[in-house]
Ligand binder design. Structure first.
Ligand code: CP3
Length: 385
């Protein structure tokens, strides 16, 4: 980048936001972002709005999809799910996983499919088997307590241990035939670490946090192992055909800002640096105090949860990144008129470009599909002036 162009961009950034920290972060990031823009040119889709928005290009309208769109909100999903032994059979049978991945594209009209799977396939492939217990959630018989436990974990070979995910991706891509892009995903290292230590969900994740304080060295080794496994897994997803990827850091908000920087962002940042083939989104729920640091990640898109103020987030993250989100999932319990109004308010706040519309977390299973359609249609019909 020439010095003149740099100064011009610097001047623009200064006019927009005015702080030196953000400007130097912007300059540091510029070359990484530029490299990324060149790498993913040249795919053909009938609808590639979401890829263009992720790349920061102008779009005719804001693209929209929902976290957890492939799942229990659809009676068509529940029909398939109820005919099986359980959640894991669905995840591990590529033809069925492919079918429920495509359901929301056909039935809701979203601008992207997200692969039907779970973040917990990684701990399992590393050696900790999980069960999904009806009405309770995930449960791991074995957890990580000692260095010996850590040593027993393998870095999985995706082709061998996660073949069913890769096979589902190939089937989805064939079936979609370029209608919309396919999003792949993984849990971020801190969130996966939490499940590997706790063995189940938790309100406080205090066992996982205790490990960070009491056994910092083991914690860092485990986080690094998960990071290495996740990079290999995402690269295998990309090779099999996913068009963009998202990291879910669902429990980011449990940590202090400093801890999230040292035990969360540090590893998320390694993954962002390694994934150069397709756009990458980082969704770190509750990481309010880390938004400025997130602006420096080598990623295209940052997901906002519903508590993150939109203009404040834009100011903290800077003007480079695309933002994703962030309607409160509970807003979809209101009436149709109110949903339209709230959706439009959200679209106005984000502005016409560098935005992918979504909820601020996964859609709740008891949301009526018509309310979900109302949200999607309100985004699709909205014209920015
Ligand atoms: O977004 C999608 O539609 C794609 C599929 C997807 C699932 N899980 C399917 C699923 C994705 C992206 C996930 C991610 C996931 N899984 C996260 C991160 C996102 C988030 O919500 O914060 C987490 C923390 C998990 C772990 C997990 N999986 C839990 C805690 C549970 C039980 C709670 C629940 O929602 O039921 C699951 C189960 C799960 N994963 C279901 C689905 C559709 C429900 C299973 C069922 O059909 O009974």
């Amino acid at each position: 980048m020439s010095t003149v162009a740099l100064r011009k961009d610097q001047g623009k950034a200064e006019a927009d936001y005015g702080t030196h920290n953000q400007i130097s972060a912007f300059i540091q990031n510029y070359d990484k972002v530029k490299k990324r823009t060149i790498t993913f040119a040249g795919m053909s889709f009938k609808n590639d709005l979401i890829l263009r928005a992720a790349r920061g290009e102008n779009v005719e309208r804001t693209p929209v999809w929902l976290m957890r769109q492939a799942g229990r909100i659809l009676p068509e999903y529940r029909a398939i799910r109820n005919s099986l032994s359980g959640f894991k059979e669905l995840v591990e049978t590529p033809e069925l996983a492919a079918e429920v991945t495509i359901q929301p594209v056909d039935l809701l009209g979203v601008d992207a499919a997200i692969l039907f799977s779970d973040i917990l396939v990684i701990p399992e492939a590393m050696g900790l088997e999980y069960q999904m217990i009806e009405k309770k959630g995930p449960w791991f018989e074995r957890t990580i307590k000692t260095r010996e436990d850590l040593k027993s974990l393998r870095i999985p070979d995706p082709a061998e241990h996660l073949w069913y995910v890769l096979e589902a991706i190939k089937l989805v891509k064939e079936e979609l035939d370029g209608r919309v892009p396919l999003i792949g995903f993984a849990g971020a290292p801190w969130t996966i670490f939490s499940y590997m230590i706790e063995g189940q969900g938790s309100k406080t994740f205090s066992k996982a946090k205790k490990m960070l304080y009491a056994d910092t060295a083991i914690s860092c080794e485990l986080l690094q192992k998960i990071t290495d496994a996740t990079i290999a897994y995402l690269k295998a997803q990309i090779k099999s055909g996913v068009d963009m990827v998202q990291l879910f850091d669902s429990w980011a908000g449990i940590l202090t800002n400093e801890q999230y920087s040292n035990f969360g962002m540090k590893y998320v940042s390694q993954i962002c640096d390694a994934i150069t083939e397709v756009p990458i989104t980082v969704f770190a729920r509750g990481a309010y105090g880390s938004r400025t640091e997130m602006g420096r990640l080598n990623c295209n898109t940052i997901g906002l949860d519903w508590n993150m103020d939109i203009s404040e987030s834009r100011r903290l993250i800077g003007s480079e990144k695309t933002l994703q989100g962030n309607l409160d999932p509970c807003a979809l319990y209101s009436d149709f008129k109110a949903i339209e109004l709230e959706t439009r308010k959200m679209l106005v706040s984000f502005g016409p470009d560098k935005h992918i519309a979504n909820l601020g977390h996964g859609v709740y299973p008891d949301t009526h599909p018509d309310k979900v359609r109302c949200f999607i249609d309100a985004v699709k019909e909205y014209k920015h002036n």
